[in-house]
Design a protein. Structure first.
Lengths: 319, 245
C-alpha cells in the first residue's frame, strides 16, 4: 500500500496535498499497488478523496492529535502505515511534511527522499528526480530500500481528476504519550496565498528604490490573483518581510508565472526561481543577467511598465 | 548548557555548478567551500545561548580532511571544540546515523543545525536526529528562547509562523532571521588553531539512497523582448502564447 498524508486547511485539503495524492495514485498504478490517503482530523473533510486518486481513506483522531506536532502526527501515521503494511509514504514538502518525513523514515526504517519533483522511474530499480544545489541542478537518486518515504515539492506535480470512490475508515490513535512539543500560538497572514503554493508570483527588487513603492506591485499581484515576493537585498533592508524572500537562501518557488521587476538576477536569486514555468523580467538595464533566464523581457522602468500591466490586466478582467 | 551544532561544508553560493565523470559527480575543481549558511546561523545562535546561559558549543561534521578549513572557521567564530567524522557524507540518513554513533554517551541539551544544506537541500538531518535520539523537534525556526528546562521557538509554517514550546533535549533547525552571522576576528582565528578538532572513524554505512546522475536545468529558448512603450502587450502574450492569466 502507498499511503499519502493529506493536510487539512480549513474545510478542504491543501493543494500541495492534492498533488501528493495524485502522485501516490499515479505511482500506485505504475507499480500495481493501491493508494490510500491518511488525514488527521475530521472525517467530513476527508470524505471525498477519491476524486484525487485515493482508493480508501484513513481519518485519524485521538488524544494528542488536536494540534500538529511532528512527534504526534508521525506516531499516528506510522501506526496506520504499520498496521496496513504500507511500503511507501508520500507527503508534500510543506513545512508540516518536512517535519514529519524524516521521523517516519526512522520509524519505518525507510529510505528518505525529499525535494522530489517528478514521478518515480522504475526503469533501472527505483529512482526519483530531485533538485540539488538549490535548484541550480537536478539529480537522480536511486532508492535501495523496500520501504520508502517520499516528499514532493509543492507545485511540481499536477493535480488530476480521478473517478474513484474512497471509503473513509475512522481510526483512533492515542498519541498523548509521545508529545514533546506544544503549540503556543499561531500567527497566520490571513487571505494571502502561501508563496510555495502560488501559481502566479509578482516579485520586485532594489530597482523599486524603497518600500513605499510596493503599492503597485501589490496592486498588480492583486489584479492577477498572484502572491508577492522579493529579492534578498530587499528583505535584508527590511523593505519587505523575510517570508517573501525568494532565492538560494530564501524560499524556492516554481509557479506557472514569475514576474520580476527591478531584480538583476544574481545567481543566488535565479536558484530560487528558475523552475518557474514562465519568467517575465522588467529591468532598466538591458545587460541584467536575469534576461538570459527569462521568457519575456521588457527593458524599461518598473515605474512606467507596472502601471501599464495593471491597466491592461484590469481591462481584460472587466471583460 | 551543552549544545551540539551539526555543520556541513557546501560550495560557496556563487559557485557555477558543473559535473564530471559523465555527469555522475559534482565537479569540485576550483570550488570554494564554506559553512552551510543555515548551519552558520545555528552556530551563531548556539554561541549566543551559551554566552547567556553558560555551557559549551561543540561542532560536528561528516566529511573528509578537505573540510577541516571549514571546521576551523567554525572554531574561529567561537565554537569550543569540533568533531569530524572521517568519511564523505552520502545522504541525510548517513549523516544523522553517523552523528548519533559519534556522540554516543555524551549528553547535549540542544542540537542545532541549518534547515537544509544548500548543496543537496534535503532538510532531513534535524528531523532524523530528533527521531533517532528521541529528542523534541522544532523545525525551521526564526527565534529560540531558553527558559530553564524548556525551549520556546518560533517556526515557519505555510503562510505564517507558530510559537512552539518544547521539552529539552531538543533539536532545532535554523532559518534565516534567527540571528546575524558573526565574522571571525583575528583573536578567534588564532585561538581556532589550538582548539580541539577530534577526528573519529566512521561507524558504518547507513545509506539507503545513491546519487546516480546529475543534470543542469534546460536552457531557456531565449528571451522575447517587448517594447516598454507597449508594455501592456505582455499581458496579452501571456494569455495567447502561454495560456496564463
Amino acid at each position: 500500500m502507498i499511503l499519502v498524508f493529506v493536510e487539512i486547511e480549513g474545510d478542504a485539503i491543501k493543494k500541495s496535498s492534492q498533488e501528493a495524492l495524485t502522485y501516490g495514485a499515479d505511482l500506485a498504478s505504475k507499480t500495481n499497488d493501491t493508494c490510500a490517503a491518511i488525514g488527521i482530523g475530521s472525517a467530513d473533510v476527508l470524505g471525498d478523496l477519491g476524486q484525487y486518486g485515493a482508493k480508501s481513506t484513513f481519518a485519524v483522531n485521538g488524544a494528542g492529535l488536536d494540534t500538529f506536532t511532528p512527534e504526534g502526527y508521525s506516531h499516528a501515521i506510522h501506526e496506520v502505515a504499520h498496521s496496513n503494511n504500507a511500503n511507501t509514504i508520500i507527503v508534500s514538502g510543506s513545512y508540516t511534511g518536512k517535519s514529519i518525513a524524516p521521523k517516519l523514515a526512522v520509524k519505518l526504517n525507510a529510505a528518505l527522499s525529499t525535494g522530489v519533483v517528478a514521478m518515480v522511474s522504475t526503469d533501472a530499480g527505483f529512482s526519483v528526480r530531485k533538485t540539488c544545489f538549490s535548484n541550480k541542478a537536478f539529480t537522480r537518486v536511486s532508492v535501495n530500500s523496500e520501504k520508502k518515504v517520499i516528499s514532493i515539492v509543492p507545485n511540481s506535480y499536477e493535480v488530476k481528476a480521478f473517478d474513484n470512490h474512497a471509503d473513509v475508515t475512522v481510526v483512533s490513535v492515542d498519541a498523548s504519550s509521545t508529545i514533546k512539543t506544544k503549540s503556543v500560538s499561531v500567527d497566520k497572514v490571513q487571505g494571502k496565498i502561501p508563496l510555495t503554493e502560488a501559481e502566479l508570483v509578482v516579485s520586485a527588487g532594489r530597482g523599486l528604490k524603497g518600500p513605499e513603492n510596493w503599492g503597485m506591485i501589490e496592486e498588480l499581484a492583486d489584479v492577477l490573483g498572484a502572491a508577492t515576493a522579493c529579492s534578498k537585498p530587499v528583505s535584508d533592508m527590511d523593505w519587505r518581510p523575510h517570508s517573501e524572500h525568494v532565492g538560494q537562501t530564501g524560499i524556492t518557488i516554481k509557479p506557472n508565472l514569475y514576474i520580476a521587476a527591478g531584480i538583476s538576477g544574481a545567481i543566488q536569486h535565479l536558484a530560487g526561481v528558475s523552475s518557474s514555468k514562465v519568467i517575465c523580467v522588467i529591468n532598466t538595464d538591458p545587460e541584467a543577467p536575469f534576461f538570459k533566464a527569462a521568457d519575456y523581457g521588457i527593458v524599461g522602468d518598473a515605474f512606467d511598465v507596472i502601471p501599464k500591466l495593471i491597466a491592461r490586466a484590469k481591462e481584460l478582467k472587466a471583460g | 548548557m551543552n549544545i551540539l551544532v551539526c555543520l556541513s561544508a557546501v560550495p560557496d553560493t556563487t559557485t557555477k555548478i558543473t559535473f564530471t565523470d559523465n555527469d555522475t559527480k559534482f565537479n569540485t575543481d576550483g570550488v570554494q567551500f564554506i559553512i552551510n549558511p543555515y548551519d552558520e546561523l545555528a552556530l551563531t545562535k548556539a554561541l549566543e545561548i551559551t554566552e547567556a546561559n553558560g555551557g559549551e558549543v561543540t561542532v560536528i561534521s561528516v566529511g573528509e580532511a578537505s573540510i577541516d578549513p571549514v571546521i576551523r572557521k567554525a572554531l574561529a567564530i567561537g565554537a569550543h571544540k569540533a568533531v569530524r567524522i572521517d568519511t564523505a557524507a552520502k545522504d541525510g540518513m548517513h549523516v544523522a546515523q553517523s552523528i548519533k554513533q559519534a556522540i554516543e554517551g555524551q549528553s547535549y541539551d540542544l542540537i542545532l543545525t541549518g534547515r537544509e544544506s544548500i548543496d543537496y537541500n534535503g532538510g532531513q538531518v534535524a528531523g532524523l536526529l530528533s527521531e533517532l535520539m528521541d529528542m523534541s523537534l522544532v523545525n525551521v525556526v526564526t527565534s529560540i528562547e531558553i527558559d530553564g528546562s524548556s525551549v520556546t521557538a518560533v517556526r515557519d509554517i505555510d503562510g505564517g509562523r507558530e510559537t512552539v514550546s518544547a521539552s529539552m533535549p531538543c533539536v532545532l533547525s535554523a532559518q534565516k532571521e534567527l540571528c546575524e552571522p558573526r565574522i571571525p576576528n583575528m583573536r578567534g582565528i588564532m585561538q581556532a588553531r589550538t582548539k580541539p578538532l577530534e577526528v573519529v572513524a566512521p561507524s558504518g554505512d547507513y545509506t539507503q539512497t545513491d546519487y546516480v546522475g546529475y543534470e543542469l536545468p534546460p536552457a531557456k529558448e531565449g528571451v522575447k523582448l517587448i517594447d516598454a512603450a507597449n508594455a501592456e502587450e505582455l499581458i496579452d502574450l501571456l494569455r495567447s502564447e502561454k495560456k496564463l492569466l
